[in-house]
Design a protein around this ligand. Sequence first.
Ligand code: 4AD
Ligand code: MG
Length: 474
Amino acid sequence: MDLIKIKDIYRSPNYNSKIIVAGWVRAFRGNRFIELNDGSTIQNIQCVITDSKTDNKIIKKINVGSSLKIQGNLIESIGKGQTFEIEIIDIDILGESDPDKYPIQPKKHSFEFLREQAHLRIRTSTFSAVMRIRSKLAFGVHQFFNEKGFNYVHTPIITSSDAEGAGEMFQVTTLNNNQKEKKEIDYSEDFFGKKTSLTVSGQLEAETYALGLGDVYTFGPTFRAENSNTSRHASEFWMIEPEMAFYDLNDNMDLAESFLKYVLKYIMDTCKEDIKFLDERLLKEQSQKPKNERDELNLIDKINFTINNEFTRISYSDAFEILKNSNYNKKKKFNYLISEWGCDFQSEHERFLVEKHFKSPVIIFDYPSKIKAFYMRLNDDEKTVRAMDVLFPGIGEIIGGSQREERLDILKKRINEMGIDEKELWWYLDLRKYGTVPHSGFGLGFERLIMFCTGMQNIRDVIPYPRTPKNASF
Ligand code: 4AD
Ligand code: MG
């Protein structure tokens, strides 16, 4: 007889059949009722010890956290709260657990506490729901691009170029400390014979592939040594970066919008139970807040709203005017007041536009060139670039992208203006020398998307082992 997943029992319960399940004890009541979970679904299955068949030595070893293999009959349940249960014939204790020491008790734990137990938190309902959604979302991402005929490119993790030109890279080196103590480090002696780092983005390499394969995307981990300790920044996060030859900025915005809607719909279709669980969890949390601090839409409505409504598209200059003339700005409710064209928007401004002003996802385009990366295409006004940021409620920026500068002379000028060494980017410039074409792309922060889908408030709770400044445990 084979093991059966609890999920499959719920899908089609085969009453009065003998089955075997295996999982971890979530709760054990009255020395009789075991709530077992195997990770395949948010739902536990109740397994009942019938007095005569199980001896006391075994019962003593059944505790919250222990792992069991149970053989029994699936029968209709006469008790409240479940339609069926397993009448136990035989229990195999696979692993014991000390009930006094096991950190994950059947009660509410704070997320802060659970971060310190990141190796065990996956055994809670909330984290298992979030991580199942994470897995499905990744699959939905691949499915979207596969259906559209994109090629999946594996761009390098170790790189010698700073794709964002922001200098926020983690160095990769095998130089010993003696070398590092020298004033001038000789990187020719380092492992790769030059200075290398972990990538901040696979974009530049993805561009080279787009200019041969047409439409490509990369989906991998990226690393940023920015010292921002916020609930939306991680030092290691996953990014999805499509890059398309012959796309202008409008095509790019269209793709970003349809991509987001597709994966949200995919999650609503494939993760119904987990989303419903998280929706109810949030409703409980909201009901404890004062009325004026509660979200207007619950999780499911928010996702559906995003799927069913057009995103607002607005230029930086128009958004700037709205912010500048807003009551929030006039009454100094922003921490950073908006006064001069050219300033970068902070997340408080982005959230004002999305949550208060437009009440919809917003795409801001044509940003001032001074606050954006070197590779973005310069507009004819020579002040703005063909950039776009997609902003989501509760999240702020979820996507950043642009049409790329395909003109060699202008690209070179921008690289020099920004103090970047042209020689390091010789291969990137080659693309503009040999068969250059208009092209565009963007990057979606995978964890921010998961935050939106799950309603989780902190990026540390949507990635298995978060890396943030001063924290790389596990
Ligand atoms: O806006 P960013 O920096 O854009 C790029 O990296 C481009 N090379 C993308 C491209 O055009 N191919 O980052 C893209 C997205 C952001 O919108 C945000 O969602 C996410 O990546 N992101 C982070 N997510 C978590 N932690 C961080 N520290 C992040 N930094 C950016
Ligand atoms: Mg950005």
